[in-house]
Structure formats: C-alpha cells, structure tokens
Design a protein around this ligand. Structure first.
Ligand code: Z5A
Length: 215
C-alpha cells in the first residue's frame, strides 16, 4: 500500500476470544495515546451502525439465519465499506485502534470447518485491506472468558467453538503479533499494551510502510 506517506498513523488491532477485554483495552489505549499527544481513535468490527452491520447484528443475536458463506461475505463487506476512510485517517496521521479486524474474520469462519470456506480462501477476500502494524492477541482460555459477565448472549459464544477460534489465532501469529495475558488485571494489561504499542506508533510516524493483509 503506497498511498500512505511519512508521519502516518499506526494500525493497531486487538484480537482474541469473546469477553477477553478487547473493548476495555482499546478504550484505555486511545485515552492514553491522546493524553500523550497522539491523534488516535477507536473503531469496532463488526461496525453495527451500517446497513450491512445491522444484518450482521441480527445474525449474531440469532434473530436471523444465513448461509455461512453469505455471513462471511457480510463481515468482509463491513470492513471493505470502511477501507477508504481507514486509509485516509492513517495517511492523515491518525492512529487507528481496532477492536477486531480481518483476523477475526478468517478465524471465526474457518473455525466452522466448512470445506469451501478454508482459511486460505477467506484470506484471499481481504487482500486489498491494510495489514495491522501490530496485532495484540488477548490470550485467555475459552473457559475463563466464559466465566465473565454477559457471555453466552450471542451466536458464537460457546466454549468448544471459541477453543477452535483460539487455535486458529495461534496459527495466524507472525512477527507483527504480540501476545498479552488477558487474565491479568486491567491495569497490568494496559501497561503492557502501552509499552508494546508506543514503538510501533513511532515507527509509523517515521515512515514505516503500511503493509497489505497476508503479504
Ligand atoms: N466476528 C466474526 O465472526 N467475523 C468477523 O469478521 C468479526 C467478528 C469482526 C461479535 O464480535 C462476534 O463477531 C464475535 C466474533 C464475530 N463473536 N464471538 N465470540 P464483538 O467484538 O462485537 O463481540 P465480543 O468479542 O463478544 O466483544 P465484547 O463482548 O465487547 O468483549 P471484549 O471486548 O473482549 O471484552 P470487554 O467488553 O472489554 O470486557 C468483557 C467483560 O470483562 C466486562 O464486564 C469487563 O469489565 C470485564 N473485563 C475486561 N477486562 C478484564 C480483566 N482484565 N479482568 C477482569 N474482568 C475484565
């Protein structure tokens, strides 16, 4: 991706199982970045505010059912509809902190084990999107997250399924990923996150190129 020049913002992604604390940490990170003079904002995927996002929301809440390939495409489209805005923000120097991204997209669909929805096929649908500069993997067992409040309200919130997703996240890790022990305290996680993120923000500011997904 070459449209983004020097002094760009960083693309920071939080991934992990349900209820592992992603939203909590995204919010705290953005506040901390802003307090240190870094222009930063937080987005969540799925973005349930768009027409596509509302269809996804109905599916997750089990108010509608859909073919696995169709719901996968909707999750992909929900990111693609934000692509231009994402690139513009990054190019303008804003650091984007994402609560889930394409890594969740491929992991949750591949965990279903549908033969025509393989990991490689799912990856191929999103190669036009920017890769994260850093993926913070909030690692925690499916059993431990299930014990947190609010678990079990949506379609994928089942321990066996979450366990498969965790395995796929493990297989997706590369040198852009950092593993965070999500069973630690909120403050301890936050400090680890900040220490991991700041050098990445600096590298992006210094002109490190933005990659493309799965390259
Ligand atoms: N999905 C998909 O299939 N394909 C895709 O492409 C995408 C997503 C993008 C909805 O995602 C579902 O969509 C999700 C994946 C699938 N299904 N599942 N599973 P979502 O992101 O909207 O939903 P979520 O993962 O369930 O998010 P969440 O409920 O907001 O959880 P969270 O953000 O990870 O956790 P939290 O809200 O920050 O915290 C949860 C609770 O734990 C809360 O009470 C906190 O106060 C507490 N908490 C947080 N941190 C701690 C610590 N450290 N200790 C103790 N308690 C804590």
């Amino acid at each position: 991706m070459t449209s983004v020049g020097r002094t760009r913002g960083a693309l920071i992604v939080f991934e992990g199982g349900d209820r592992c604390g992603k939203t909590t940490q995204c919010g705290k990170l953005v506040e901390r970045l802003q307090s240190q003079g870094v222009d930063a904002c937080m987005w969540r995927f799925p973005d349930r505010s768009t027409a596509i996002g509302q269809a996804i929301n109905a599916y997750l809440a089990e108010h509608s059912s859909m073919d696995d390939a169709v719901i996968h495409m909707l999750f992909v489209a929900n990111r693609l509809e934000k692509r231009e805005e994402m690139l513009q923000l990054l190019a303008g120097g804003t650091t984007l902190v994402l609560d889930r991204y394409s890594y969740s997209g491929v992991a949750y669909t591949a965990a279903k084990g549908v033969p025509h929805l393989s990991l490689e096929y799912c990856k191929s649908l999103e190669v036009v999107l920017p890769a994260a500069d850093l993926v913070l993997h909030m690692s925690m067992t499916a059993e431990a997250t299930a014990a947190r409040g609010g678990y079990g309200e949506e379609r994928y919130e089942k321990v066996d399924f979450q366990r498969k997703v965790m395995e796929i996240f493990g297989a997706l890790r590369d040198d852009r990923w950092a593993v965070v022990d999500a069973s630690s305290t909120i403050e301890a996680i936050h400090e680890q996150v900040v220490a991991t993120v700041m050098p990445v923000v600096e590298r992006a500011r210094g002109g490190a190129p933005l990659g493309r997904l799965w390259d």
